[in-house]
Design a protein. Structure first.
Ligand SMILES: O=C1C[C@@](O)(C(=O)O)C[C@@H](O)[C@@H]1O
Length: 270
């Protein structure tokens, strides 16, 4: 009898980025927990919980949920306090616009102005910039962010459907060419084939096109598997929740950590 040969495993990795004490693009996908509060008190209470929870690696400060979302002075003052609460955990600042599934509408001009003001406050580690906003505004914001030592996650969202695999690949490659440090897309599946499209596109980018860290997800319960399987397919970051979800399909942080660990051990054998 012959013994089965060991399968050759070839998993590609990102070029890692280290921010504060978190390395993105190496080992298990890193877990981001978003704030969902509308008031300063609510957000600070969430930041305290996120800062103290070992299953949270980064915090996303979702400013579109705030009652004072477009008031740069108030958003900045609270942002500094949030950063102080979470200490070593990197802070991602995101204004998710209504057209991409967020809480509030904002003009591209006001979006750019708000981001440029907040960049100057020096509490942001990573800035989420939507790729389909005005190109001139994007260019200005990305340039200012990089000059301030802030990484840019460029993002695209489709809360209605899942585009073709080739379209997902094209968007992520465009983000790469627009100067993003992290490439991100969130799409809504209607069947298992849609989930496979997102995961296929992720693997294609990782294997053939870019070594930048990826943040890709298929949303809803159907897509939740894509939030768990990143270490296999090349997704380096994943959103979890503590209490309230900021998008459909997010998994509780403790459960998320367990599954990420299970996949990691299966993959690496220790
Ligand atoms: O863009 C994203 C991804 C997300 O929509 C999700 O599906 O987990 C959650 C948002 O908070 C974040 O800004």
């Amino acid at each position: 009898a012959t013994s089965a040969p060991a399968a050759a495993v070839n998993v590609r990795h990102a070029q890692p980025i280290t921010i504060r004490q978190t390395t993105i693009g190496e080992g298990m996908p890193k877990v981001i927990i978003p704030t969902t509060g509308a008031t300063a008190d609510q957000v600070l209470a969430q930041a305290k919980v996120i800062g103290a929870n070992p299953d949270a690696d980064l915090i996303e400060y979702r400013i579109d949920y705030l009652n004072f979302a477009t008031d740069a002075a108030q958003v900045g003052a609270l942002g500094k306090q949030v950063a102080g609460e979470v200490q070593a955990k990197p802070l991602i600042l995101t204004f998710r616009t209504q057209s991409e599934g967020g809480a509030k509408a904002i003009s591209d001009k006001a979006y750019g102005k708000l981001y440029l003001a907040l960049i100057k406050d020096h509490f942001i580690d990573i800035l989420d910039v939507e790729m389909f906003r005005d190109p001139a505004v994007i260019h200005q914001v990305v340039t200012a962010a990089h000059a301030a030592g802030i990484k840019v996650v460029m993002s695209s969202h489709d809360f209605q459907k899942t585009p073709a695999t080739s379209e997902i690949v094209a968007r992520l490659r465009k983000q790469d060419s627009m100067g993003a440090d992290i490439l991100k897309i969130a799409v809504m599946p209607h069947d298992s084939g849609d989930v496979v499209k997102l995961m296929d596109a992720t693997a294609q980018i990782r294997n053939d096109y870019s070594r930048k860290p990826l943040l890709t997800m298929s949303m809803g319960g159907l897509g939740a598997i894509s939030r768990l399987s990143g270490e296999v397919f090349g997704d380096d970051l994943t959103f979890g929740m503590i209490g309230t979800a900021s998008a459909p399909g997010q998994v509780d942080a403790a459960q998320l950590h367990q599954v990420l660990k299970t996949v990691d051990v299966a993959l690496n054998g220790h």
